[in-house]
Design a protein around this ligand. Structure first.
Ligand code: ADP
Ligand code: MG
Length: 254
């Protein structure tokens, strides 16, 4: 395991994602804000796999939302594919999401009136791109939900909804995928299928940024970022699951 200094911004290749000194505060009461992100700087290159770990409440989901352009930062900047998200119109950001960015939400966010299959192809439909039904079915089969394509989200288990949410994010072949606890609702067999799918996407050049509680899943990334109290407290490269677990449970000073 190697501990690399933070802000090692000279990674190879052009950045698909670049965040500089990102801060995020939420107003908790009138005149009182709570700083959830306290200066995060990060660069992700094409095809890179980055895992984010850290205790509950450390700001992992907030970070992902800010990096993905879905929540505005309080200060600092985020650029996707070299373009500052604060300068993008809503329409531009929406187009990025239809065409080259995927986000797997922790709460799935499936459209309740659409079937699983329809949810999975929604980004393609919205961007008027064609996708063969066979291709969709093979993705759903690999994720273990091939027989649930006609079901509505309300009739699915959490694990099934999660896999349709993943299919939706992946079928459009994005170049950058964010995933918040993508295997959180899955048993180990289905979690493996999801990870293999994410990794096959990454082998074809997509960058992955995912939050996980699972040290062995984090260890499959090129880099593991350890969040603590709204900052990146450590960065590991080439760590195995045991090393990730040690870094996750290290005292605050880590
Ligand atoms: P994690 O994903 O690491 O568990 P989160 O990013 O969800 O952490 O949350 C970090 C902290 O920010 C938590 O204390 C949470 O209560 C707070 N928080 C998140 N979203 C909001 C919000 N919209 N308003 C106020 N506080 C928030
Ligand atoms: Mg979270």
């Amino acid at each position: 395991m190697a501990l690399i200094p933070l802000n090692d911004g000279e990674a190879q290749g052009p950045a698909v994602l670049e965040a500089r000194d990102v801060r995020k505060g939420f107003q908790v009461r009138r005149g009182e804000t709570r700083d959830v992100l306290r200066g995060v700087t990060l660069r992700v290159g094409a095809g890179e796999r980055v895992a984010v770990v850290g205790p509950s409440g450390s700001g992992k989901s907030s970070l992902l939302y800010c990096l993905a352009g879905l929540d505005p930062v309080s200060s600092g900047s985020v650029a996707l594919f070299g373009r500052d998200v604060a300068s993008m119109s809503g329409a531009h950001l929406a187009r990025e999401y239809r065409e080259r960015v995927g986000f797997v939400f922790q709460q799935y966010n499936l459209v309740s009136t659409l079937s699983g299959f329809e949810n999975a192809v929604l980004p393609m439909r919205l961007s008027r791109r064609r996708v063969a039904a066979d291709v969709v079915r093979s993705v759903l089969d690999r994720l273990g939900v091939g027989d649930r394509g006609r079901a509505l989200p309300g009739t699915m288990s959490g694990g099934e909804q999660q896999r349709f949410a993943i299919a939706r994010a992946l079928i459009a072949h994005p170049q950058l995928v964010f995933a918040d606890e993508p295997t959180g609702a899955l048993d180990s067999e289905n979690a493996d299928a999801v990870v293999e799918h994410l990794e096959s996407l990454s082998s074809s050049g997509a960058a992955l940024v995912y939050v996980t509680h699972d040290p062995s899943l984090a260890a499959r990334a090129d880099r593991v970022l350890v969040m603590r109290d709204g900052v990146l407290a450590a960065e590991l490269r080439g760590a195995d699951g045991a090393a990730v677990l040690r870094a996750m449970s290290a005292p605050r000073a880590a």
